[in-house]
Design a binder for this molecule. Structure first.
Ligand code: FEO
Length: 390
């Protein structure tokens, strides 16, 4: 396998995982890549490894440029397994020390066993010959140990998880792939991985703003070199929890009553001219639902009562949403029941600390909503739409 030259004496030597279909619960229908970079200088430097099962791709691409044994320095920007489970093999092969943040130097031996790790500080610079590398701590993006590495002379920011996408491609750069697909995957990645860390991203963006950047060399997917301003602007909006006038209605159904309610709510929202997306959790993956929530001002969730609680598929989705903390958005719940009402209340309780702001009265209907219930749901949708427009 061949390395891809991204600048003079700098190569992409990562691995493409065409068949990845999940990333800790996040569906990845387009696969992913684990991006590593090789810098040929007086001290030959490898930036990040790959997931251990893909080490042969990394070694083979390095070998297309140099003998892997000649690597002098390894930099680990992030200790999560998708980048670092191959580090120990690379250290054994090269004997090179691994440079990591303070937290990274704590995590790596705990996660992968003894290894020679050198701690670097936020803002510290290291000369590797003609080039200077600067380490920029970006905690919680996406783990406490995360950092980015900036190569001053080439103006390349090795941005780790930041600005990445789960997008397997034989192409390496943003201007070589379909732009709407690329931005959609970047949005999905942000919504499913980075959304809880908006304020930390705001801090990171402040640090990044001061840098002269020619290339954002991510750890997943495509490298940004042409649309850097646009992806930075989108990250600024996403991390600031900016949304559109849009409503997402998320539900599942047992015998069709909750579905009828959901459809009437959608009709009500649409009647006010507000964008609305209907998501049935048994037919739409939860990570795609998060993508829809990313730019929505209101999130409306519905469940049937089952066994005095939430319908199982809705419970799964509600917990997932709660963990990703979609702040600065309105929340609303609705549901149907037969014997006793419990699901709607339980659903709201799950979401109480999710960041959603519940300002609407819940709707809970016994058995079939009938004409009258459907009208109530339609009006519920109109009320939500008006709030979103206000
Ligand atoms: Fe790509 Fe947080 O690891």
């Amino acid at each position: 396998m061949e390395a891809v030259k991204i600048a003079e004496d700098i190569y992409w030597v990562g691995a493409i995982d065409w068949n990845a279909r999940t990333f800790h619960g996040y569906a990845t229908p387009r696969g992913t890549s684990y991006n590593s970079y090789l810098i040929i200088d007086e001290k030959i430097t490898l930036i990040d490894a790959v997931k251990a099962p893909f080490i042969n791709q990394l070694v083979s691409r390095i070998r297309s440029v140099i003998d892997p044994k000649d690597i002098d320095i390894i930099i680990s920007n992030h200790s999560e397994n998708d980048h670092s489970s191959g580090l120990q093999i690379m250290q054994q092969m090269t004997g090179a020390p691994i440079y990591a943040s303070r937290k990274g130097s704590e995590h790596l031996p705990l996660n992968f066993g003894p290894m020679n790790v050198v701690k670097v500080a936020d803002g510290e610079e290291m000369s590797i010959g003609k080039r200077t590398l600067k380490f920029i701590e970006t905690p919680m993006l996406h783990w406490p140990d995360s950092m980015m590495t900036y190569c001053k002379e080439d103006r390349i920011l090795f941005s780790m998880d930041g600005f990445g996408q789960h997008f397997a491609s034989s192409r390496r750069f943003d201007d070589e792939v379909d732009a709407p697909t690329l931005f959609d995957e970047a949005a999905k990645y942000y919504a499913n991985i980075l959304m809880p860390f908006g304020s930390q991203y705001q801090s990171a963006l402040e640090k990044v703003k001061g840098l002269d950047i020619k290339m954002l060399a991510t750890a997943h997917g495509i490298i940004w070199r042409t649309m850097i301003g646009e992806i930075l602007a989108r990250y600024s909006a996403w991390s600031n929890h900016e949304t559109k006038k849009k409503v997402v209605v998320i539900y599942d159904t047992m015998w069709g009553s909750t579905e009828m309610m959901a459809q009437s709510i959608v009709e009500g929202v649409a009647s006010e001219g507000v964008d609305v997306q209907l998501c049935k959790v048994s037919t739409m993956d939860r990570s795609q639902i998060m993508r829809e929530i990313l730019d929505a001002k209101a999130v409306v969730l519905g469940t049937p009562t089952m066994n005095m609680g939430i319908f199982p598929t809705m419970a799964d989705t509600a917990w997932y949403i709660k963990g990703l903390k979609p702040k600065n958005r309105y929340g609303a719940v609705f549901g149907s029941y037969g014997w006793a009402s419990a699901g709607t209340k339980a659903l709201k309780e799950v979401l109480v600390n999710s960041g959603l702001e519940f300002v609407f009265e819940d709707i809970d209907i016994r058995f079939n909503p009938m004409e009258e219930g459907r009208k109530r749901c339609f009006e519920f949708g109109r009320t939500i739409a008006k709030k979103v427009m206000s």
